[in-house]
Design a protein. Structure first.
Length: 198
């Protein structure tokens, strides 16, 4: 009789421990998903801020150089879709906004007065600060996604996360590699830079 009641208590304790573990794991997964959503929203806001600043830069530059209507319309189009964009769309928006910024920088380099203009310098510094903010937020987002996906893929938390889909990483890798000179877009994969030792 005593052994039977101890077995029942042991079994109930096991059930209670499993229930507590399930609740804690589910809540952690939900917390990670919510954290990812919040961080993604912060990235969207920072990217919109960068586009607004690029728009200000265009206003500063267009008095020196004629800007195509397409560039201005592209900024407006990108800005309007940024707040509802998911990770994949944000990567595309990142590439487009960096392309526009690159064109503006080329124009600024062509005009010495423009290059030394305090307004242009301040605006470019603001853009750099916003890009640093985007990089920090992207790092945080990807860390959250990594933890969520790891919990989702490993046992025993995998049992609790069975109905949850994997979350996508936010990757602007191609743009970063291109910016560093490792990727030109012509090749299929990034290449290592050639180093000549003398």
């Amino acid at each position: 009789m005593m052994i039977a009641s101890l077995s029942v208590l042991f079994f109930l304790g096991l059930l209670l421990a499993a229930a507590i573990y399930s609740i804690i794991t589910f809540n952690r997964l939900q917390s990670l998903r919510n954290g990812a959503d919040a961080t993604l929203s912060q990235i969207r806001v920072a990217m919109k801020k960068r586009l607004d600043t690029i728009d200000q830069l265009v206003d500063s530059v267009k008095s020196y150089a004629s800007f195509e209507r397409q560039t201005l319309e592209k900024i407006i189009q990108i800005r309007s879709g940024i707040l509802s964009a998911g990770p994949m769309e944000l990567a595309k928006i990142e590439g487009e906004s960096r392309g526009i910024l690159g064109k503006i920088q080329v124009v600024a380099e062509s005009y010495p007065d423009l290059k030394t203009s305090e307004t242009v310098i301040n605006t470019m510094n603001t853009i750099r600060d916003v890009e640093d903010e985007i990089a920090r937020q992207r790092y945080t987002y990807n860390n959250i996604i990594q933890e969520f996906n790891t919990m989702r893929d490993t046992f025993p938390s995998r049992l609790i996360a069975a109905g949850m889909s994997k979350l996508d990483y936010l990757s602007f890798e191609e743009d970063e590699l291109r910016h560093a000179g490792y990727y030109t877009g012509d090749e299929e994969e990034p290449h290592r830079p050639e180093v000549a030792w003398k």
